[in-house]
Design a binder for this molecule. Sequence first.
Ligand code: TRP
Length: 450
Amino acid sequence: MAEQNSIHGLWRSRWLFILAASGSAVGLGNIWKFPYITGENGGGAFVLMYLVCIALIGVPVMLAEIMLGRLGRQSPINTMRAIAKDQGASALWSGIGWMGALAGFLILSFYSVIAGWALAYIFRMAGGVFDGITAQGASDVFSGLVGNPETLLAWHSIFMVLTIAVVARGVNQGLEKAIKVLMPMLFVLLMIMLGYAFTSDGFSQGLSFLFSFDFSKLTSESLVIAMGHSFFTLSLGLGAIMAYGAYMPHTVSIGKTVVIVAALDTFVALVAGMAIFPIVFANGLEPSSGPGLLFQTLPLAFSQMPAGDFFGTLFFILVAFAAWSSSISLAEPIVAWAVESIGVSRTNAATWVGVAAWLLGLGTIFSFNIWSDVTLFDKTIFDTLDFLTTNILLPLGGLFIAIFVGWIMRKKDVAKEVKMTNPMLYKVWFVILKFIAPLGVLAVLINGLL
Ligand code: TRP
């Protein structure tokens, strides 16, 4: 394909690409979701499966996704169509882009609601609500929040506006600058939390929960969840990272970048787990308490720490920022497509996507209160959206990406774009894309869903 640049602009340096990609990857998935699904799925064996999925499927698929994006230089839908045409393959491959745009939209609708919880907690922390609180008190504060649809709606609306504001301006303006400062701060604060957890009575119990493998607790459904989460946490399978790859300068090595982003992302998740579980055990809380886990454990820790209100406030500000730099990448594929193909302005495209996702978000809000007993196969609307996107659409997206790059594309075009210098690593990557990733995804899905 002819060398071209993206109409949406390019990242100004390799460092900025890494920042944007890790900003997308590190989010609620790491700090909120990973600990709570680990708790629900019995701990160590689940963590191990998640790590295996990251290394064996996540990293190779991420490389493939970024490569496709940089080759196509457009929104995932148009990138896939153009590359398929160039490679003499069916235009149906653009379906990867369509499925991804849909998944991004669905995820955005519930992601914004949960990010709204973090926003609400900034103010509860700052207002001293958690001073000297008990475990029961902390869990009451949480139930009070999610039980109130109006409050959730207000925070969901604010978060959606923040997301749309950034996407409308284009990704390099503003957020790049903010996350440059805020991501390092998040790391520092997580380390402080870890230090606190280290001194708590539950530390060894927390660690052994996370890292001792009891395979009897592993069900085929938890395997599906571990695999789905490895896609979710790395922002894979829906074209988010493909869209970011489209803005990547040609001077950057994709391989090295991918390893850095995946390592950072995994590190944050593990530290979050190590900070949270000791508090769970020291206070007699339930590891399996579900989506509220982060919001019930950390306030407890902060309430017992010197200057806890201050650190707690800062912590939830940073969680909100981590969520913000992720949510923009959920909207980017579909917004970029609308700009290219419908010819609307970025502002209009972002606004309409935001309004639609905001509306659908009501379903998630009500899942925690007035519609909490409206269920399908025992799942609320939130659970259903989460399961469908994370555990089905993302792995399927990854599966098709692996097949497309491994089987459909001309080898020389792939090699030219990834420019891996180590021939051995390149071979391994290719074998994984051709066989291991597709078979792994299929095996887990078939085994878990049927
Ligand atoms: N990775 C983000 C997190 O862990 C969520 C996210 C952002 C995402 N963009 C994505 C998930 C694209 C899947 C696909 O919170």
